[in-house]
Design a protein around this ligand. Structure first.
Ligand code: PLP
Length: 455
């Protein structure tokens, strides 16, 4: 029997997170305040604990993982790496396909890697409540779980369309003790502002962020937690790539291509950045490894957005970040990969993309489900619709290898399972799933409303 499951020991759980800033050819562009001037760390103290702010601005290559966080990671880490022998056979490709499975976390996705860390640091700082947003519900579940572990009350603004479509994600959050609201709500100034313009608003991630930030900024006992985009979130996710490298060492391979789906960018960052560390350190086998972010054609932030200063939320409460953006008030179509419907992208991922150290592809919705179903039939695991984007990009490469005969080593991160997304699979099976055309005019219009600062 060929080896299909590559496991590590608990002692192999990383002791440090990797910070890509130490290896970037150019320093990250600073966030700007409303006056267009760089903001200092103190501007963030109303909503984040100092330990996370320090990580946000850190240039240290290695950030120690506190022992209570490693202890919590032990619940599901190290996560397994699989060699997809059956999928390779089904495709008839000479490529070797590996995937790491983050769906083993109790909430079902990679997001728990950072929610545990964020809840821990907030608890250490004496914070009693965390406000946050969630799109598809994955982040809300991850933070609800972590809040429960560290004794923090969690309040989740859930994008209304998902609140109605994904009642079981809501129940999961409630099971872990969180309070969940359908955003936009009438409870916040931001929510009321949106509802005045459109009482039927289905909400968006950008709007839900505005509501959660507003609540955190107005209450001293409450902080805000973000599930992606920010530097500290990207650092926390590097446990994925760091473990994967050890697993590849065990089988004596190194990936030629690394794929991860990209919403706010932390999943991609966590998977790919540790391979950039090898490139920067001059590791010979890493030099030609390509790192590829997979995003939806309907929300094509990296492949069709502008590299510009923009707000992280819809209303304009956050600092301005230099990133690829579709415009902070761009409303992405209601695709089923809710975790990928974000107008912006991590500033770190954006800058590395801008400097051509990483690549991106956009894939259409129906083809992602086709890939997800092919994967599930070969490998057994039912992937989250978000993860199906990485699978699609990887399968396309495996099929190219079939034509050229190249036995490339392909690696993707399977960021979560799709057990709460079966209604989306239903729509795929009944032929009701659509490919949204690239919403060129709406993106164009939203880009005209970018704040005029910085660049
Ligand atoms: C949220 C989510 C993503 C997107 O993650 P980012 O870090 O924001 O890019 C991918 N896969 C799953 C399963 C998710 O829940």
């Amino acid at each position: 029997m060929p080896q299909t499951k590559i496991l590590l020991d608990e002692s192999d759980i990383p002791t440090h997170w990797y910070n890509v800033v130490a290896d970037m050819p150019n320093k990250p562009a600073p966030p700007l305040g409303p006056d267009g001037k760089p903001i200092g760390p103190e501007a963030l103290t109303a909503i984040f604990p100092m330990a996370l702010i320090e990580q946000e601005v850190s240039a240290e290559r290695w950030i120690p993982i506190p022992e209570p966080v490693r202890e919590a990671y032990r619940m599901y880490r190290p996560s397994p790496l699989f060699r997809a022998h059956k999928l390779e056979a089904a495709l008839g490709t000479p490529a070797k396909i590996y995937y790491k499975y983050e769906g083993v976390s109790p909430a079902g996705s990679h997001k728990v890697n950072t929610s545990i860390a964020q809840a821990y640091y907030n608890a250490q700082a004496g914070i009693k409540r965390l406000a946050t947003e969630t799109g598809a519900g994955q982040w809300g579940c991850s933070l609800a779980l972590a809040g429960q572990m560290f004794g923090i009350d969690v309040r989740v603004y859930m994008v209304k369309v998902s609140y109605n479509q994904k009642p079981y994600r809501r129940s999961m959050m409630q099971t872990w003790g969180a309070e969940v609201f359908a955003s936009p709500t009438p409870n916040t100034v931001s929510g009321r502002k949106i509802l005045e313009l459109d009482p039927e608003s289905n909400g968006s991630l950008g709007i839900a962020i505005s509501e959660a930030v507003e609540e955190a900024a107005n209450r001293p006992d409450t902080n805000y937690a973000l599930g992606s985009v920010l530097n500290h979130v990207c650092h926390h996710q590097t446990v994925i790539g760091l473990e994967a490298k050890k697993q590849f060492e065990k089988v004596g391979e190194y990936p030629d291509m690394v794929f991860a789906c990209c919403g706010g960018g932390s999943n991609f960052a966590g998977t790919a950045f540790p391979f950039l560390a090898d490139k920067a350190a001059g590791v010979a086998k890493a030099q030609n490894t390509r790192l590829i972010a997979a995003e939806p054609t309907s929300c094509p932030t990296l492949t069709k957005g502008h590299y510009a200063y923009d707000f992280g939320d819809a209303v304009g409460l956050t600092p301005l970040m230099l990133m690829y953006t579709l415009g902070h008030d761009f409303m992405p179509p209601g695709i089923h990969a809710g975790g990928l419907r974000y107008h912006g992208d991590s500033p770190l991922v954006s800058q590395l993309y801008h400097e051509k150290l990483i690549e991106a592809v956009a894939v259409p919705q129906v083809a992602t489900f086709e890939a997800g179903v092919a994967f599930a039939r070969a490998e057994g695991i039912i992937p989250a619709p978000e993860s199906c984007h990485a699978i699609r990009a990887c399968l396309d490469e495996a099929l190219r290898c079939k034509e050229t005969g190249e036995p490339k080593v392909l690696f993707f991160n399977l960021s979560g399972h799709g057990h709460f997304d079966m209604s989306s699979y239903d729509r795929y099976f009944s032929g009701q799933l659509e490919d949204y055309a690239y919403p060129e005019h709406e993106i164009e219009a939203a880009l005209h409303r970018l704040p005029k600062v910085g660049t």
